[in-house]
Design a protein around this ligand. Structure first.
Ligand code: NAP
Length: 236
């Protein structure tokens, strides 16, 4: 796909991967609708990136708000790219993981992906260009980890959903890719209960991988991509 002039929706654009995906897409000439709850963060990014970045203050777990936003926004304009990136981890032993934290992960990492994907897919089907949905899972969607039961469950489920959608939508000219990154130095670890270290991947490098996947020729589909830091443990 030539990204110049394309229209992308990026969830979780207010920090980490979503902010870097937005930067790189705007740099390539795309218009990005960046969705998140923190208005001030989105406004800062808009100042940095200009009019090609459209800040959208939206809680993607609010089904009605998501469906209304899609319906009201894409009247004339047609999206080409959907990046389901917003996600959260709540780590801890299963016997101390609260029901609230379990539901928070299911609602954001899985239900919200359904709300947005099911709302946007009819528009992508009408788009004459080849379109692309990218779901950001995690290496925790490939391997179970002690103390990550809820997070693992959502990311494995997202992998399954992505594989099904890839097979369902390819004949409509819609690519579906699931990305499974290992540890990346972002604010994710402030919310999850994990900790950062000096050898994690950098979000800008993950964004490079995403741009490469998007820019592949139309009849070339990368359906899964697993990314890891070369050295998994801190150097210290
Ligand atoms: N960091 C890692 O090591 C790592 C590894 C593998 C996969 N991932 C995945 O990568 C994705 C991005 O995470 P990140 O590392 O960039 O973490 P991050 O910096 O914490 O970003 C999470 C984003 O999700 C948004 N978000 C949270 N709840 C939301 C809601 N209800 N509605 C809309 N947006 C919401 C946040 O914005 P607001 O708070 O402003 O709403 C924020 O922009 C996640 O799916 C995560 O599971 C991360």
């Amino acid at each position: 796909m030539n990204l110049h002039g394309k229209v992308a929706i990026v969830t979780g654009a207010s920090s980490g991967l979503g902010a870097d995906f937005s930067r790189r897409l705007v740099d390539k000439g795309s218009t990005v609708f960046g969705l998140a709850r923190r208005k001030e963060r989105l406004d800062e990014l808009q100042k940095e990136l200009g009019d090609a970045f459209v800040p959208v203050v939206l809680d993607v777990t609010d089904e009605q708000a998501v469906r209304s936003w899609v319906k009201d926004t894409f009247t004339d304009l047609v999206p080409d790219i959907l990046i389901n990136n917003a996600g959260i981890g709540k780590f801890g032993p299963v016997d101390t993981l609260s029901t609230e934290d379990w539901h928070t992960m299911i609602n954001l990492n899985l239900n919200a992906v359904f709300y947005l994907t099911s709302s946007v897919t009819p528009l992508l089907k009408r788009n004459e260009n080849v379109c692309h949905i990218i779901n950001i899972a995690s290496i925790a969607g490939k391997l179970g980890n002690a103390n990550l039961s809820g997070y693992n469950a959502t990311k494995f489920a997202l992998g399954g959903m992505s594989d099904a959608l890839m097979k369902e939508l390819r004949n409509d000219g819609i690519k579906v890719t699931c990305m499974y990154p290992g540890s990346i130095a972002t604010e994710f670890f402030t919310h999850s209960g994990g900790s950062l270290h000096d050898r994690m991947m950098q979000s800008n490098d993950v964004a490079t991988a995403l741009i490469n996947v998007l820019e592949m020729p139309d009849n070339f589909l990368i359906d899964e991509i697993v990314m890891r830091p070369l050295f998994p443990k801190s150097a210290k």
